[in-house]
Design a protein around this ligand. Sequence first.
Ligand SMILES: *Cc1c(COP(=O)(O)O)cnc(C)c1O
Length: 487
Amino acid sequence: MADPLHERDLARPALDLVAKAAGAYLEALPDLPVRDPAADVLFDRLGGPLPEHGAGTLAGVEELLDIGTRAAVQSSGPRFFHFIVGGATPAAQAGDWITGLLDQPAGLWVASPLAAEAETVVLGWLKDLFALPDSYGGVLTPSATFANLTALACARNWWAAAHGVDVTVDGLAGLPTMPVLTGGYVHPSNRKALQILGCGRDTLRVHTRDDAGRVDLAAIERALIEIDGPAVLIASAGEVDTGDFDPIDALADLAERYGAWLHVDGAFGLFAGVTPRLSHLVRGVERAHSVAADGHKWLNVPYESGFAFVRDADLLGRTFGASNAPYLPGAGDTHLNYNHLGPESSRRARALPIWATLRAYGRAGYRAMVERHHDLAVHLGALVEQAPDLELLAPVTLCVVCFRYRPPEPFTETELDELNRRLGTELIEDGRVYAGTTIHRGKVALRPAIVNWRTVAGDVELFAAVVREIGARVAGELRAGGRAGEA
Ligand SMILES: *Cc1c(COP(=O)(O)O)cnc(C)c1O
């Protein structure tokens, strides 16, 4: 095998192979274990030295399909409840294939007017879906981490300007530390954004009023009075361990009163706004200066997909506009060049799968899905409360159920932590369902999240049954002498 030019007639047969395998794979997906540890041996076939002479198009594609469909964690299937991982709706998945097929460089308008126009359209649709003012600027990002980065970069720009500095041109030198205040629900990606931005991740001031991490509004207000100048507030719309929310409206009041910037991290929680049943959770989000969310979580668009909105639309360009390399469009260019509005330069046309899924299911489809997931979370919460050996650790607010295994016989808190930690590990090894552990109010807990369009009642019921089965076994082992400290 040599130059791919010699295999140009195989582009279509290669895609046919994928489409054929996809049919069988998708049919099996709802019943596959989330992970088959026996398939790890296939990783050997990924390795070896760089091939000097390739295997050829069809052989290469066949091999990857074989390894991939068997060794993948089936995170797009209905029983992956770990972290907060969405699936891919049929339309979004096909839209993603179209994105690959067309392979558009989506940074500059001239390179793909299609991608730029589609991005403008889907950003408008998303603003509408989440009831955000249409005047907000926006950009698609690879993730909520990048969306938080994008938003906080704009906040930094605004804050430095208030100190008379153009941070885009001159950087942070000579400026004081940017005050960033939040509650205990803050997601680590915000710290990561601050660390990337040169603001320092440990400068984040976390004001909590209890061990669950609920925000202490009075302490934030006192801090704002003391700062007596521009500051940044981060509100969490959807905390990853319990799905709980910061009071966005109250934080917006503080931002207004003290002239602060309010950023809302709504990676998955922003979707509460899609249904009247839950929209009270995000009340006030339309008053934020910036909002970040994910497409690859609750929108159920394939990785990677996120989006950021900024109230002062011009700030995006001022923050991310490139220096004028002679080959780039100049100041006279009136087209939207999205690579001047976000941290990336070259990027994929990630508007296309978003367009496809919103076109296919519309507002009503997403409302129905979010309500169904909320119903499923409430259902799982009820199963937990009814089971004598499970303990709900936080109210079910949205799509996350925070609970632990707790057998009727007395175990100390330390032993319960040990039990649940082992349970978490064994759950992953078992592979029928997937969930992770966290520490909630000092207790080791499971925190399944339900955000996959495929998930139905039978999946969460199986989840509860598997947790009880493995929990009982681990509890038995601990009772039989393997308790913490004795092992
Ligand atoms: C998942 C999540 C993020 C980070 O999103 P990525 O898509 O993983 O980068 C940020 N904030 C919250 C609240 C999240 O749930």
